[in-house]
Write a protein that binds this ligand. Sequence first.
Ligand code: NAD
Ligand code: TYD
Length: 380
Amino acid sequence: MNTYLITGAAGFIGSNFVKYLLRTRTDLRIVVLDILTYAGNLGTLADDIDNERCIFVRGDIGDRRLVEQLFAQYKFDYVVNFAAESHVDRSIENPQLFLQTNVLGTQNLLDCARRAWTTGRDAQGYPTWLRGKRFHQVSTDEVYGSLGKTGFFTEQTPLAPHSPYSASKTAADLIVLAYRDTYHMPVSITRCSNNYGPYHFPEKLIPLIIKNILEGKKLPVYGDGSNVRDWLYVEDHCRAIDLVLHQARDGEVYNVGGHNERTNLEIVRLVISTMRQLMETRPEYRNALKHKPLAADGSIDLTWMDDTLITFVADRLGHDQRYAIDPAKIQHDLGWTPQTTFDVGIVRTIEWYLNHQPWVKQVTSGEYIKYYERMYEHRN
Ligand code: NAD
Ligand code: TYD
């Protein structure tokens, strides 16, 4: 049986990954380590934590004593590090927290793994390692900076981050690679494009737009909406991590993306039209609406659900223009290709939100409301 330490798995991608592993593998044990920031919600894992196959520990990846104790207790075979401060806008507000969690937290995990997994030294002084161990770092395409109108990020593209978030993720990648080169630690890294899907915290573009439409609120588009992101359904990302973790050679870096570039304006328009179509064809979805004006005949009016909801607001500072991944390496080496097209994935995602309004309510109560007011007040 393999034991996994999965950090940050009360958040968006980590929780999807835990569910994916529990669904697709039998002989395993997962320990989730998550400090439960505003972005982490234990309710997301409520059906998964059973204290046998899936155990939850609340704590900080930067807490040396705790992480050492977990390594001693559970003898992990794999570490998959999702834990991070992940929102670019918040990193512009408070960069230091991003360095603390994303850089120092990652380094702490690496060091605890190094101590637990090394057995001695070889003739040249390099540590010798227990077999079958792997530290996997979940990184982002944002480490490569921003593209112009053409071209793609490959694994050879120089690292050139711009935001405090992406700079911290780059620093984390470099320290992971430093452990590979200095100690011959068995590591791997995936750099994925923007994910979307269930359990995405509604401060990120797609779930924020869905939430605002349900509330009849304006839809804030930064700048002129021409920035391009390369969107991937979260389960395809999970499958890529699974493949790299279990099948890639030690020390490899893989880009993950599905050639699905869209401008932000396209995304917002698509979400509006898809939601309206779903509400028109499946009246039960109108129950999710908080804003329910009535038409003259007493039925729920949906005519307001159109592009007039869009409002162009002040641009993000240092806003990267375009991200686009070249996934040739992971396709060639590991046979990975995305399975969910955007047309299917976006409907599935919107339907998930329409069916899980209590989850949205739970994760956005409290601190998030203050954040939203602060973040968008100065943009108007
Ligand atoms: P998220 O913000 O939804 O979740 C992050 C989780 O980490 C939360 O549960 C939070 O409580 C936890 N966490 C934060 N600080 C911690 C600490 N000090 N100790 C323990 N847990 C802590 O993020 P996400 O969107 O699921 O992203 C997960 C990872 O994937 C991140 O490393 C991110 O950089 C990377 N990534 C995200 C995307 C994307 O589109 N969302 C794309 C590529 C890569
Ligand atoms: P986001 O979901 O924050 O992801 P990232 O910054 O990691 O790519 O944003 C995706 C894009 O959408 C990005 O170009 C910023 C833009 N955006 C808006 O236009 N309005 C919004 O309210 C948000 C949250 C993002």
